[in-house]
Design a protein around this ligand. Sequence first.
Ligand code: HEC
Length: 285
Amino acid sequence: MKKIAVIASAFCMLLTPLVSSAANPAQDLKDFRKHYTEMFPEIPLHDFVNGVYSVDKDSREQWEAFEEFPPYETYVEKGEELFNKPFKNGKTYASCFPKAEQGIKQNYPYFDKNRGEVVTLELAINECREANGEKPLKYKKGAIAHLSAYIAYKSRGKKGNVKIDSSPESMQWYARGKKHFYAKRGQLNMSCADCHYHNPGKKIRADILSPALGHTSHFPVFRNKWSQSSKSGDGMGTLQRRYGGCNSQVRAKPFKAQSKEYRALEYFHTYMSNGLTMNGPGIRK
Ligand code: HEC
């Protein structure tokens, strides 16, 4: 028995430095920021939340004009109505999100210690529905994006505050998301980082690439492209809808929205924008 304990603790001592050098989220965040602020020394840190418009001055004016009468407003209102509409049992979403009015988006996604899983806002919305005897919503667009838009709107001005705790499980989720971000995939063999880390500000086909710093602050978004492809003109979509689109662009098979893989990616990706100001929902091409 004693022998086993000695061996186990020696093994732990061996492992600990390995694990901590492999995943150091706080250091990653520093390096990530530094990469962009050195690449674009003229852009103030807080402006990265404006995505491609922080690096593409030409389209910025047009975007600012859109923001004066933003098409997402209707959907924020729809989201508010849904949020306050009682479920069949008489309760509302407020029973699950008592602080939504004061802003909660900045804390998502979070690692739920009891479950050993990362929970995104959209997952929590559906779990709230199911706990109250309602059917879950589809994850990428529609009502879930409206609810998420309302909650994001109420969280404007808060600073991104995703927490990676030092438990091995939380670190594993983080590491999985980080790996996804830097791994090449698809027929084009490209990673998220190839486009949004190494080449922001450069043109790819008709688009200028956005920096990944600040990517998550303004979701969900109203996209003109999504609006044009929807019968009702509803262009709202969640972050994971966007992940699917970006995976498909490199001809990789997208993962399912709210799969563990995308939740891990969202955990890493959102953590990298910690400290930046929430400004959702947003509008994009
Ligand atoms: C082949 C290049 C390419 C790859 C690879 C790629 N994207 Fe994109 N992505 C784009 C383009 C183009 C856009 C639209 C213009 C922009 O905002 O960058 C975009 C937009 C986005 C946006 C929306 C930005 C905003 O401000 O609303 C997010 C978020 C995003 N990508 C995340 C990812 C993630 C995560 C990955 C990896 C799974 C990825 N992308 C892989 C090209 C790429």
